[in-house]
Design a protein. Structure first.
Length: 279
């Protein structure tokens, strides 16, 4: 997800000069983790597993694999196809994408094969949900300039894949509304913060501090929802909490945005899984 300055929300942050020597190796390693599409795929798998635990869904590993492979494909295609615009909004990520375009294209193709294999025997309702969300993801290149709509439809698609699929596979559906609310609050907060790093869409144009305040308020709302939800869902509170911590130290850089702001969703999901496992 791309990049903008806090003081001038419409002016992209310039690309940082590549470091040398040991620092150069460290930077390349960070680029690989942040920009290779593995991070969003891991986040999708973590959130899917967390939702499956919360909803007592069958086949949690299968749905996590489905979420991860689908996310890898959608994000990979978007980043490979939109390098012209991304070169302005996310220069460092775009440089990584262009440099490793062949390897990333092969990885996307392999992920697509894994996605098809996972969907092959899935229930039709799961396939239809994936088609709807996948189509939205492929249209993201055209839709992502539409202000607040970006934060809403992307969050909704993530909730549908990570929580909706475990729910419609025969889970404890009365809890779905709670899981969806907690996920949606944390994911929307993440996307509002992401919009501060780019000029694709601004929820509050020219008011970055207000947008950051809104993102932090959304994490608080997610935490409150986890607190008042049925006791079985209390571990989900780690997800908005982790996102709140990342936003508390927010910096408008590509590495911080991906590794900290996005990575907080994965950290929160892993903490939730450990909490579920301990009870």
């Amino acid at each position: 997800m791309p990049q903008t300055s806090l003081t001038h929300a419409s002016t992209p942050t310039p690309s940082e000069p590549p470091p040398k020597g040991e620092l150069g190796f460290r930077a390349r390693a960070l680029d690989g983790v942040a920009f290779s599409n593995l991070l969003p795929a891991a986040i999708a798998a973590g959130l899917s597993l967390t939702a499956s635990h919360a909803l007592a869904a069958a086949n949690p590993q299968r749905w996590a694999l489905l979420a991860a492979s689908g996310t890898f494909v959608v994000y990979g295609l978007d980043r490979l196809r939109d390098t012209t615009r991304d070169r302005t909004t996310a220069p460092r990520r775009t440089e990584f994408t262009e440099k490793h375009a062949r390897a990333l294209s092969i990885a996307v193709a392999l992920a697509a094969l894994l996605l098809v294999a996972t969907l092959f025997t899935a229930p039709m309702r799961v396939i239809l949900l994936c088609v709807v969300c996948g189509t939205t993801g492929l249209l993201h290149r055209r839709l992502k300039g539409l202000a607040a709509l970006k934060s809403i439809y992307v969050s909704a698609a993530w909730v549908a894949i990570c929580a909706g699929i475990p729910a419609i596979s025969g889970a404890v559906e009365p809890y779905l509304a709670w899981v969806a609310t907690i996920f949606f609050a944390a994911l929307t907060a993440n996307l509002v913060a992401s919009n501060l790093r780019d000029d694709e869409a601004q929820l509050l144009p020219g008011r970055p501090h207000s947008a950051l305040t809104l993102a932090r308020a959304l994490t608080a709302a997610g935490g409150l929802a986890a607190w008042v939800a049925p006791q079985q869902l209390a571990p989900l509170g780690w997800i908005p909490l982790a996102e709140a911590v990342a936003l508390g130290f927010f910096r408008p850089s590509e590495h911080y945005g991906h590794l900290a702001v996005d990575g907080a969703l994965l950290a929160g999901a892993l903490a939730s899984l450990l909490h579920f496992a301990s009870h």
